[in-house]
Design a protein around this ligand. Structure first.
Ligand SMILES: Cc1ncc(COP(=O)(O)O)c(C=O)c1O
Length: 423
């Protein structure tokens, strides 16, 4: 592997799948592919993390591995030097399209089915508010574990179209069948449902729902589904077609490890005309998915770093990544499962969680209670987590390890939860 000084050549070579610049990228990960016993320790060494607290709040966004962060810094510097000359002569013409093609290959879809966005919020908002088939008197449906901004967009869509809103309450404790049954009963109760929002992994509890089964059930009823894969993309072992959904929104800054402010939206080719163009976009023809995004000047240095992030991510198979994250989740959960007063909000079914799992202390159900508990975890134990609200049983604390998390960190979390539950 030769070091390539020019970031421009670096990321274009990354797109072509030839090599990535940055000497530090290949060496540690070769050990992972070879199945070395300390593979995860080596992977952890690729993250430069603040030493002054234990970070178990990695569901907000993912720390970039060092090789990706270095690539990003080179791209910022390069762009800052070359300014719009580079954007106009290269990036706007071919560069961003090569990256889009790499992203489509990574997602397992056609290039014409994908558009780069600034994150899952933009992807999903554009899909929701521009969903054309909804008629007055029909119903849109979402669940209590969906993301607040998408719930807002669904409500807004219904209000502007004169449609009804139906909500689904995911039961607690959840099971695969209970979740499927809940959606089936809700769709039976609301036969005029036209559009359903599903969140693959909830940012509130970490619950992973059987999206493909629910999408298939909805499609049999002629209900369209928009799937939020903000938390699942990059950690669960699937590609976009596996979901069976026609409309999907993702980001790249959580579990792909790309810089902040990146995502994509997917529209199945045959359904493109069912999503209106964004705010009258005339930059692209109405037959082009890119007319569904209109964000102005993009953060080009971030976009230029996508190939490095994809390349780094691809070094370890998704199944292994997901298994590692579940192992870290299992490590702490299994040590507090039997503690009186501790409620774990994902079931002990490995198909129903990834890295994220929330817990609740019995009786502590308000958001304020959980904000106070999260503050205690930080102030008394140096452990950073976050309070979330929305589950039927009340608010909770979300715990999200990452590839750099050590079992010693999780031991401290376990001790803290046991102490707090006893106090
Ligand atoms: C389930 C879910 N959906 C959507 C989003 C929004 O993602 P983004 O930051 O890419 O806009 C998040 C972010 O936390 C999320 O957890």
């Amino acid at each position: 592997m030769t070091f390539i000084a020019s970031p421009r050549r670096n990321w274009l070579r990354g797109v072509a799948g030839l090599s990535l610049g940055g000497v530090s990228l290949a060496a540690p990960l070769r050990g992972i592919a070879a199945g070395a016993t300390d593979q995860w320790t080596r992977m952890a060494a690729n993250y430069d993390i603040a030493p002054d607290f234990i970070n178990l709040e990695n569901a907000y966004y993912g720390i970039m591995p060092t090789p990706v962060a270095e690539d990003f810094k080179r791209n910022i510097d390069y762009l800052n030097r070359h300014n719009s000359h580079y954007l106009r002569s290269n990036f706007d013409r071919a560069g961003i399209e090569a990256i889009r093609a790499a992203l489509a290959a990574h997602a397992g879809v056609a290039v014409s089915e994908i558009a780069i966005t600034r994150g899952a919020t933009e992807s999903l908002q554009n899909l929701i508010i521009n969903y054309k088939p909804l008629k007055p008197g029909e119903t849109v449906m979402f669940g209590n574990l969906d993301y607040d901004t998408m719930i807002d967009a669904m409500n807004d869509l219904a209000r502007r179209r004169g449609a009804q809103v139906a909500t689904v309450q995911i039961p607690e404790p959840a099971s695969r069948q209970a979740v499927i049954d809940t959606y089936e009963q809700a769709l039976n109760r609301h036969p005029r449902t036209r559009l359903l929002l599903l969140t693959h992994i909830s940012h509130r509890t970490g619950l992973a729902i059987p999206v493909a089964e629910i999408v298939a059930m909805a499609k049999r009823r002629k209900v369209d589904v928009i799937v939020d894969i903000a938390q699942s993309w990059g950690q669960l072992d699937f590609r976009i077609p596996d979901l069976g959904a026609d409309f999907v929104g993702a980001n790249l800054h959580k579990w792909i490890g790309a810089p902040l402010g990146l995502g994509f939206l997917y529209i199945r080719e045959a359904r493109l005309q069912d999503i209106d163009i964004q705010l009258g976009n005339t930059i692209f023809p109405a037959t082009d998915i890119r007319a569904r995004v209109n964000a102005g000047t993009v953060n080009a240095a971030s976009v230029m770093t996508i190939p490095a992030a994809l390349k780094y991510h691809a070094q370890v198979p998704l199944a292994e990544r997901g298994a590692r994250l579940r192992t870290l989740r299992d490590y702490w959960v299994q040590r507090v499962l039997d503690v009186p007063g501790v409620q774990i909000l994902t079931p002990e079914d490995p198909a129903m969680y990834g890295a994220v799992t929330s817990f609740r202390l019995r009786g502590k159900t308000s958001f304020e209670d959980n904000v106070a508990l999260a503050r205690r975890l930080m102030d008394e134990y140096g452990i950073f987590t976050v309070a979330r609200s929305g589950p039927v049983g009340g608010a909770c604390i979300r715990v999200t390890p990452a590839f750099f998390t050590r079992t010693a960190d999780l031991d401290k979390l376990v001790a803290a939860i046991r102490a707090m539950a006893a106090s």
